[in-house]
Design a binder for this molecule. Structure first.
Ligand SMILES: *Cc1c(COP(=O)(O)O)cnc(C)c1O
Length: 745
């Protein structure tokens, strides 16, 4: 951390200045004791900062900080947390160092176009981003050496406002760089680091920000600097622009620029992990560097293949980026010669064999330029092999070299802290290290020891919190419009905490079929308005700004929510993001998921819900095919072939399950008002899903199954061409030397 940052927080008393270090390391966000440390400085300020410690420390009056610095009880807690933090950052005895004591001292470089880490860093659109964010957090927890590359989107992703007519409006709010947990990366001379994207003409320059994710540094590229002409300055403005040329420029910057930035920082790495095809040009740049060092193209390609893993998520051809040849020519004309190959050879790398005229296909290229590939669930692996069999024309489909690693979620991030306390109380006495062993199913058998009333009480509390929060938002919005233009009913004013509550929240992509439960309006009304056993549904999610179809679906739902016939039992919550997601996956009773199979590559929000005892009602697609065991939630959609009436068939399945299973189980209360059958299912859901669908299991699987081969190839190449590799991890020094852990005096 630079001294200039230190100066900016001069009002933080020296005694507790470690709070600044903590605020700039997202470790705080998945460690509740660290979060509480910020909250305890001043609860109002914490709330006003929207749970963003950097903002809070900037804006809070010094008197509150001074008071904390003089409060012995606070200092005690501060010292304990800081000691844990420092130990975490410097620890040697991690899972990775124990399992792989002889690994080469070089990190894996992870590339992704989006990262979902925390709502103060709005650099994500959805699941792909959270997968990347959770991967980094887990790599840090496991002690896996990793560096990551992504974008500093100046405008983040859109903020969603729903107008009184139910139409989604995008509010663009520039990311306040001084209030986000990011620091400028500077060069040796102390100037802002600026890197030119090599061999790309017209030239593009990038500057760099850093986010510290525990032990893993994430470097974010930013083109909004004076070195660039105006059309290049806005390359990193926002996620997934609709403009194809701008999108190509983004992917050039992410892949080629990203590789160059790591080089400029002196960071050598053993292998590359690509999260989806957007950053695939990174492999190109790795090839070019080898060619520059004197290898011929084919040898360079083989070396890069052997040290690259590509994770693909997209189950339909239309979902992949394909760039027309004239665009590729425009940007790569000086790049072809630098690779030592002809233009045609280059273009062949991106050809889709079944559609050779379409242009340069990023997924086809990524598959060709890496030796290790995987889909993100068992079913997605099968679909991906089918889809890409054409690249291995001689092979039967089952032997196409694309495997799968089922996604998982970072448990400490998505497990509510009260639920965690409960697990601590009942798992902890027998298995004190349960949190670090949480991918071991045996640990979770102890869930059965939790008394039903305790689990139910916490669930009820979280549900109350969710509904209070929705209503409070609605109250504020209503008051701001002086009671005029808002729609209290549609936005949750009539939600009732004692009613069975279904949550549906995800991106409003058409294939997710958010409107599916509205197939039969009369039947739905009967279910919701049942006077003895009512049901309510909370929706949230953003449509992509260019996706009018998605916006129309959203509007349809919003309008239903406004209709009195639905009794105020449908609510739409604006501006779905990390924070709203946390409330929802902790607080609803049932998580509904009904995409059109096989479109959901994995889906992760249902995993987040299940950790917290929320039950999944899901179509058999993506992760749920592996997760569902007949006792841990509800499944439908395993009928034979997809048919024309697919929506009607699937909606009927949902109504049937609701009426005959979900609703009766929920309202079947014993004298203590606890639905014991329901709680039993909650426990079964937690036990069966938490260990298997955690990112700990996932990252370990990547490491065990792929990394030894990757590292071996890297080692072999290293031995042939010794480079001035830097040791890993870089030594991390706490800024406040010797302070933390001394104890309060
Ligand atoms: C987890 C998450 C997602 C991904 O959810 P899916 O079920 O995979 O669609 C999207 N957005 C947010 C805010 C999330 O937290």
């Amino acid at each position: 951390m630079g001294d200039s940052l230190h100066d900016q927080f001069a009002h933080v008393p020296e005694r507790i200045s470690g709070l600044v270090d903590l605020a700039y390391n997202l470790w705080w966000s998945w460690n509740p004791e660290a979060r509480i440390l910020f909250k305890q400085v001043n609860q109002q300020a914490w709330k006003a900062s929207v749970h963003n410690p950097v903002r809070m420390l900037r804006e809070i009056p010094a008197e509150f900080l001074n008071r904390a610095a003089e409060n012995p009880a606070y200092l005690h807690r501060y010292d304990i947390v800081m000691r844990r933090f420092n130990r975490y950052m410097t620890a040697n005895g991690t899972w990775f160092s124990q399992e792989f004591p002889d690994h080469p001292a070089l990190p894996i470089a992870y590339f992704s176009a989006e990262y979902g880490l925390h709502h103060s860093l709005p650099f994500y659109a959805g699941g792909l981003g959270f997968l990347a964010g959770d991967h980094l957090k887990e790599a840090s927890d496991l002690g896996l050496p990793m560096v990551a590359v992504g974008f500093m989107y100046a405008e983040g992703y859109l903020h969603q406002h729903i107008n009184p007519d139910g139409w989604q409006e995008s509010i663009t709010e520039p990311v306040d760089r001084t209030a986000a947990p990011i620091t400028r990366v500077r060069d040796a001379a102390g100037e802002d680091l600026v890197v030119r994207v090599p061999h790309i003409d017209p030239p593009i320059y990038v500057s760099v920000w850093k986010v510290q994710v525990g032990k893993v540094p994430l470097y974010l590229l930013d083109t909004d600097i004076p070195h660039n002409d105006p059309q290049n300055r806005c390359i990193s403005s926002r996620l997934y622009t609709g403009d194809l040329e701008q999108r190509l420029r983004q992917e050039i910057v992410l892949g080629i620029g990203g590789r160059k930035v790591l080089h400029a920082l002196g960071i050598e790495y053993a292998a590359v992990h690509l999260n989806e095809g957007h950053p695939a040009f990174a492999l190109l740049e790795r090839i070019r560097e080898r060619v520059e060092r004197g290898m011929d193209f084919d040898a360079a390609l083989r070396a890069v293949q052997a040290t690259s893993i590509f994770t693909t998520h997209t189950p339909v051809p239309a979902g992949h980026d394909v760039f027309p040849v004239d665009l590729i020519d425009r940007y790569f004309k000086t790049y072809y010669p630098a690779l030592g190959i002809e233009r045609t050879r280059f273009l062949q790398l991106g050809v889709h064999p079944e559609n050779p005229g379409a242009g340069f296909n990023m997924t086809a290229f990524a598959l060709r330029a890496s030796a290790h590939h995987n889909g993100v669930s068992r079913a997605n692996g099968t679909v991906t092999r089918q889809m890409w069999n054409c690249l291995w024309p001689g092979l039967p489909e089952t032997t196409v070299p694309i495997d799968h690693v089922t996604n998982g979620v970072h448990l400490p991030t998505w497990l509510n802290h009260r639920v965690k306390d409960l697990y601590d109380r009942y798992i902890g006495p027998t298995s004190p290290d349960w949190l670090s062993e949480h991918d071991d199913p045996m640990v979770w058998e102890l869930i059965d020891e939790i008394p039903d009333d305790e689990l139910w009480k916490i669930h009820t509390h979280l549900k109350g919190k969710l509904i209070n929060r929705i209503r409070e938002r609605q109250r504020i919005k209503w008051a701001a419009h002086s009671g005029g233009a808002s729609n209290p009913a549609a936005e949750g004013a009539f939600l009732n905490p004692s009613v069975l509550t279904i949550g549906f929240a995800r991106r409003f992509s058409t294939y997710k079929r958010a409107h599916l439960v509205f197939e039969d309006l009369d039947r739905l009304k009967r279910i919701l308005n049942n006077p003895w056993c009512p049901v309510q549904i909370v929706f949230a999610g953003k449509a992509h700004p260019n996706d009018n179809e998605g916006k129309r679906v959203l509007q349809k739902i919003y309008r239903y929510a406004q209709q009195p016939e639905f009794g105020g039992r449908i609510a739409f919550v604006e501006d779905y993001g990390e924070q709203v997601a946390q409330y929802l996956v902790h607080g609803v009773d049932v998580w509904l998921n009904n995409p059109l199979p096989p479109m959901e590559a994995s889906g992760t929000s249902g995993m987040k819900a299940s950790l917290n005892g929320v039950l999944n009602l899901s179509i058999l697609d993506g992760w749920w095919i592996e997760g569902y065991n007949g006792r841990n939630g509800w499944a439908f959609g395993d009928e034979a072939a997809p048919c024309k009436e697919q929506n009607a068939v699937d909606a009927t399945a949902i109504y049937d399950i609701l009426e005959t299973e979900v609703v009766p189980l929920y309202y079947n209360r014993s004298i203590d008002d606890i639905p014991h059958g329901w709680v039993k299912m909650m426990k079964e859901s937690i036990k069966s899903n938490a260990p298997r669908f955690s990112s700990r299991r996932m990252v370990k699987e990547y490491v065990i199954r792929y990394y030894p081969a990757l590292l071996k190839s890297a080692g072999a190449e290293c031995a042939r061409t010794p480079t001035a590799a830097k040791p890993w991890p870089p030594t991390w020094k706490p800024r406040v030397q010797g302070r933390a852990g001394e104890g309060s005096k």
